[in-house]
Design a binder for this molecule. Sequence first.
Ligand SMILES: [Zn+2]
Length: 338
Amino acid sequence: MCLIDKASAQTVFSENDPRVTLHTKLANEEHYSYIMENPRENSCFGIKHNSILNTLAYFSVSDNFVFDLVHDILEGVAQYEVKLLFEYLNRNFISNENILQRVYAFNYGFMDKNNRPMRINMFCTGHSIGLNASQTLCLIRNLPLIFGDVVPEGDRHWHLLIILLHIINIVFSPCIREGMTVFLKHLIVDHHRLFKDLYPQNNLIPKHHFMIHYPECIRKIGPLLHVWSMRCKAKHKFFKSSIKNFKNVTKSLAKKHQIAVAYHWESLSTKGIESGPVKTKIPTDVENGDLILEHFQIDLLSETNVTTIMVLNITQVLWFAQILFMKCQCSARLLASF
Ligand SMILES: [Zn+2]
């Protein structure tokens, strides 16, 4: 992303700082040619070799970058700062045992009951407290409710947490206005500056530095929530837990996955899809209605509603639901793909 060195990263809190040199397309080309001439110095610019994607006419890797909220925030910055906050609370207000008691006994509600932190390890090596990404998000969002009563008003360590929560609220939003990215930039500057004030002996980790590039990244590619690795991790979890033999790993995984998908579709209840009163439409009143009728083999003169169709079969239901969501304006092209 940029060419900043480790020492400067401790004092640079904004992309606008003159010490930040961004990877541009031109600079990247210079770096590529330098590495081609001096292959041993491939650690100078954070580049090991040219990317094949750069051969595309309208694409450059230096202009298309992305950050992962799971690794940067949930498994990095958030756990690090919660750990430091717990140490601060333990030194000044309540014991470690009380901290854990409060965290475990808190009612996280129906939606978050599966993500509640089950086991916190305050003495983990490194910056982690031994939680996974979902548990960290659940814990940090509820921290103000869990410990709000023990911290005095105006506490700066508490203020650091509140700023981080503001940042989390923005970067985890599925929809962000451009003005909000400017606000985010200032929040990140305030947050990093306060962190260094409160913990001068602790370093900002590289993931803290990545955060200063978030506003520009969001302006270029949109909210980072849409590209986080949570979905990939969730999908990957099945493969990690299901492998038991190692003779032909890819075949075993493919087979087990197909079996799991078949079971999922077979056991999916149509009742779960049905929903309250629905609009009744005469298919002939709908654009391209004749094609829908032909596909679902529905009587021309009958009134048809979603719940009647739903008992047909699951594949048809999904297609039909999609058609309804599109307000029955589906094109012949879509139907032709059936
Ligand atoms: Zn950077």
